[in-house]
Design a protein around this ligand. Structure first.
Ligand code: SAH
Length: 392
C-alpha cells in the first residue's frame, strides 16, 4: 500500500477528522499507487493518520478511515449498515420509499452517493476509488437489503470522467426483473427516471420542504419555478392549492411533472406545466397573479470563482418574484450551491427585497433533510439553504 507523508505541521485537519488531503499538504510518497487505490496518510514523523482513496488532483486523498483500513468487503458492509441505521433512526416519513442511503462525507464515504427508490439503488461515484469499489458496494447492498433489492444502477458518467484506466459508462450492476420506477414520498407517487433523469432521477433533498409547502398551499395560486419533475407541485395540489403552474426549461422534466400530477390527482386537478425559461416566465407574468412562488434553481455557482455572478443571479431572480407576488404571498426560495454560504444567500435575498421595496419577513429557515446528514468535521457538506418568506 502506498504511504504518503504530510509536510510538517499539515496534519491538524486530519487530526480533526476532516476527510480530505490536498496535494499541497503532501511532502513525499513511499511506494506506488494507481488512481483509486487505498493509500495510507502519515504525519511528517511517520505517525499513521488515516487511509483513503488516492486520486490525482487537488484533493489527493479522500479519507475512508482514521484507523488502518484496506477497504475490503467487511468495511463496505459495516459502513453501509451504519448508513442504513442512521436512516432508520432519522426518517420518520410515513409511506416513503425514496431516500438517500449514502451522502458522501456525511456518511464517511467521500465521493459516494447512493439513492434508494423502492427496490432500486442508484449509485453515483464522484471519485475513481468509489467507482472501482462498485462491485464490493453492490455485494454489501445485497447482503443488507436481501430480497428487497432488485436492481442497482450505476450512474457515474455524469459525475466522473473516464480516464486512461477507467472507462465510465452507466449500466445496471445488478438487475433481477424489471425495477419498479414509482417511488413513494410521504404517500405521494413519483415516477423516477434514473436512467435519463437529472442527478439520480429525483431531488430527494426537498422532501421536508415540500411537506412544509403543502401546509401553506390551501387556496393559493402557486407558481413552481424550476419544477423539475413537479415535486413541489404535487404537494401544493395535495395541500389544496387553487391552481398550480409548474415551469422548467427542460421539456422532458415538464412531461414528468405532468405524469406525476396524473399519478396522484384526477385530470381535473388545477395544474399546468410549461416548458420555459423561469426568468423570462416570471418577467412576463402579470403582477399579483400568484400568492405562492417556489424558486428552486440549479446551483448557480459550482466553484468559488463563480460566486459573484451567482449572487447577482439569486438577487435578480428573487427581486423578480418579490415584484410580482400578491400581497400576503409566500415565497419558498432556495440555493443548492455549496459555495454560496447561508449568509451570502440571505444577503442576496435581502437586497432583492429592498430592490422591490416590499415588506418581507422570514417565517422558516430551511436546509437539507436528515438523510443528507452533515459530517460535523466537514461543514462543506451543508449545501441546501432555503427561506420561507411572507410578503406584504
Ligand atoms: N424543485 C425541483 C428540483 C429543481 S432542479 C424538485 O423539487 O424536484 C433545477 C431545475 O431547474 C432542473 O429541472 C432544470 O432543468 C431547471 N432549469 C435550469 N435552468 C432553468 C431556467 N433558466 N429556467 C427554467 N428551468 C431551469
Amino acid at each position: 500500500m502506498m504511504r504518503l507523508f504530510l509536510k510538517k505541521g499539515r496534519e491538524d485537519s486530519l487530526r480533526r477528522f476532516h476527510p480530505w488531503v490536498f496535494s499541497g499538504a503532501i511532502a513525499r510518497y513511499e511506494g506506488n499507487a494507481e488512481e483509486g487505490d487505498v493509500v495510507e496518510v502519515l504525519s511528517h514523523d511517520g505517525d499513521f493518520l488515516a487511509a483513503g482513496h488516492y486520486q490525482n488532483g487537488s484533493i489527493t486523498v479522500r479519507i475512508l478511515s482514521f484507523t488502518p483500513c484496506a477497504a475490503e468487503a467487511a468495511f463496505w458492509e459495516d459502513t453501509l449498515r451504519k448508513a442504513q441505521a442512521l436512516r432508520t433512526a432519522a426518517l420518520h416519513c410515513a409511506d416513503t420509499t425514496a431516500y438517500r442511503l449514502v451522502h458522501g462525507e456525511g456518511d464517511n464515504l467521500p465521493g459516494l452517493i447512493i439513492d434508494i427508490y423502492g427496490n432500486t439503488a442508484v449509485l453515483q461515484a464522484h471519485s475513481i476509488g468509489m467507482f472501482r469499489a462498485r462491485a464490493d458496494i453492490v455485494a454489501a447492498l445485497q447482503k443488507i437489503y436481501g430480497e428487497q433489492l432488485s436492481a442497482v444502477y450505476d450512474k457515474s458518467s455524469a459525475t466522473l470522467a473516464s480516464t486512461a484506466n477507467e472507462a465510465v459508462a452507466d449500466s445496471y450492476l445488478y438487475r433481477a426483473g424489471t425495477p419498479e420506477n414509482i417511488a413513494l414520498e410521504n404517500g405521494y407517487r413519483f415516477a423516477v427516471d434514473w436512467e435519463q433523469g437529472q442527478k439520480t432521477g429525483f431531488f430527494l433533498d426537498q422532501r421536508d420542504n415540500r411537506q412544509l409547502l403543502s401546509h401553506y398551499a390551501k387556496g393559493r395560486s402557486v407558481l413552481n419555478l424550476f419544477c423539475y419533475t413537479g415535486g413541489f407541485s404535487v404537494y401544493a395540489l395535495g395541500g389544496g392549492a387553487a391552481n398550480v403552474c409548474s415551469v422548467d426549461s427542460s421539456q422532458r422534466a415538464i412531461e414528468l411533472a405532468n405524469r406525476n400530477a396524473a399519478l396522484n390527482f384526477s385530470a381535473a386537478a388545477p395544474h399546468e406545466a410549461i416548458a420555459a425559461d423561469a426568468f423570462d416566465f416570471l418577467r412576463r407574468s402579470e403582477p399579483n397573479a400568484y400568492n405562492a412562488i417556489i424558486l428552486d434553481p440549479p446551483a448557480f455557482a459550482k466553484h468559488k470563482g463563480a460566486l459573484h455572478n451567482a449572487l447577482q443571479a439569486y438577487k435578480r431572480l428573487n427581486a423578480a418574484a418579490f415584484s410580482r407576488i400578491a400581497s400576503g404571498g409566500i415565497i419558498f426560495t432556495f440555493s443548492c450551491s455549496q459555495v454560496v454560504g447561508k449568509t451570502d444567500f440571505r444577503n442576496a435575498v435581502f437586497s432583492a427585497a429592498a430592490m422591490a421595496g416590499r415588506n418581507v419577513r422570514i417565517l422558516h429557515q430551511l436546509t437539507q433533510p436528515a438523510d443528507h446528514p452533515i459530517n460535523i468535521y466537514h461543514p462543506e457538506g451543508e449545501y441546501l439553504k432555503g427561506l420561507v418568506l411572507y410578503v406584504e
